[in-house]
Design a protein. Sequence first.
Length: 114
Amino acid sequence: MREAPFTGRMTLRRDIAADHPAFAGHFPGRPLLPGALLLAEVLEAVLAVPALAARLGLRPTLNAAKFLAPVAPGSSLAITVTDESRGLRFEVRHGDVLAASGQWQAASVMEPQS
């Protein structure tokens, strides 16, 4: 039996380890999670859910991203994904703070490469 495609909205949880190696050099005295790693956490969480992975395909692209607040060591993230015609919109919160938002575009929507 085939899993139904994802439609709607889903919230995923992700914990950022306080001893993550990125914090050692980014930034000494005031560690924060680099934006690229935050996006990787979002994508890993999304691709771990079969219906969401099927929605994005094998090679999704980042269509937009805004970093709005720092993510500190030991943060617990709530990643809310919402279905859109071209992929998935996401919002990342820690507590009540909106840390990032953006959109992953589904691989099947991309223009063919020349």
